[in-house]
Design a protein around this ligand. Structure first.
Ligand SMILES: C[S@@+](CC[C@H](N)C(=O)[O-])C[C@H]1O[C@@H](n2cnc3c(N)ncnc32)[C@H](O)[C@@H]1O
Length: 294
């Protein structure tokens, strides 16, 4: 092949790119994504990117990043891509939490760091935010995302490798002290096995996102409440993402009556969070996010 022919081959036209992507996606989506690929990637990567996309490889893994709140988060395989519905509750909670001072926020199952880092960029009056995940790839990515977004962060962030089922918690003496007003946030894996196989999970998620970030059920909510909220009285409030009513119910059932617990639906009317606070704390401000107490 001559150099000039090779150049033509390399520089796919937008129409060719749309044709490749629309083998698997509706034309309007293919047009949007082809434009993003052209804008974000050098031309020698366009063919590969379009072919990968037509095989349902996630666009964020192809482009390598995803905006989230004020942050630009790096995305890479083996770590869950941060979702818009997570961004929605994180920003909503941050807006409410701006009205109060918090000693510590713990973001368990942090993945890309999207929840903890965004709260560090939205809030000022927090002493420290801890981001924890059990997976090396997630820890490394959160560290990179912290560095990339350092100029946007107002709060000190520490990142730890730890397994929730081992009861790992940094600074646990501090978190045993009820005077240390703390918040526990988590988006744990919450899709039960049957729903992952037979449910409505998108092909790109099933094929390419890490199963250990998706597959889970009551065990995570039982662990978050029994191993963290109850033994560490510093936690005066929590926000957990979830997908099913029975996951919220188990949290309500385990927590003693001095906790108020409610559920939140997202802007698409999907059940998205279980949220709770101790009756005596000003973190009860989170009650403005819930739609129903349970
Ligand atoms: C649903 S993803 C959430 C990631 C991120 N917080 C977000 O909202 O995009 C769940 C995360 O939990 C982590 N995880 C799974 N099992 C865990 C365990 N036993 N202990 C700690 N983290 C775990 C996974 O590595 C994954 O990053």
């Amino acid at each position: 092949m001559k150099d000039s022919q090779f150049e033509i081959f390399l520089h796919l036209s937008i129409k060719q790119m749309i044709d490749i992507i629309s083998k698997s996606f509706p034309p309007s989506q293919a047009i949007r994504e082809a434009k993003w690929i052209q804008n974000e990637l050098p031309s020698e990567k366009w063919i590969d990117a379009c072919i990968k996309r037509s095989n349902h490889y996630p666009l964020q893994y192809i482009l390598g990043n995803q905006p989230f709140g004020k942050l630009d988060l790096k995305c890479q395989p083996k770590v869950l891509i941060p979702r818009l519905d997570t961004e929605e509750w994180v920003l909503q909670a941050s807006e409410l939490l701006k009205q109060t001072k918090i000693d510590n926020i713990v973001d368990y199952c942090t993945g890309s760091g999207c929840i903890g880092l965004t709260m560090a960029s939205e809030l000022n009056d927090v002493s420290k935010i801890y981001c924890i995940d059990y997976k090396n790839e997630a820890i490394d990515l959160t560290k990179e995302n912290l560095l990339i977004n350092k100029s946007q962060l107002n709060v000190d962030v520490e990142i730890f490798k730890g397994d929730i089922f081992d009861g790992f918690l940094p600074d646990h003496e501090l978190l045993k002290n009820p005077a240390n007003k703390s918040l526990l946030v988590s988006n744990p894996p919450y899709i039960p096995k049957n729903d992952l196989i037979d449910g409505e999970v998108e092909t790109s998620v099933l094929k390419y996102e890490p199963e250990d970030a998706l597959l889970g059920d009551l065990e995570f909510y039982q662990c978050l409440t029994k191993q963290l909220l109850i033994p560490y009285p510093a936690f005066q409030a929590f926000i957990f993402e979830l997908g099913y009513q029975h996951q919220a119910d188990v949290v309500r059932k385990i927590l003693p009556k001095d906790w108020t617990v409610g559920i939140r639906y997202d802007s698409s009317n999907h059940l998205k969070n279980v949220i709770g606070w101790k009756k005596t704390t000003d973190l009860s401000i989170l009650g403005n996010m819930i739609h129903k107490t349970i």
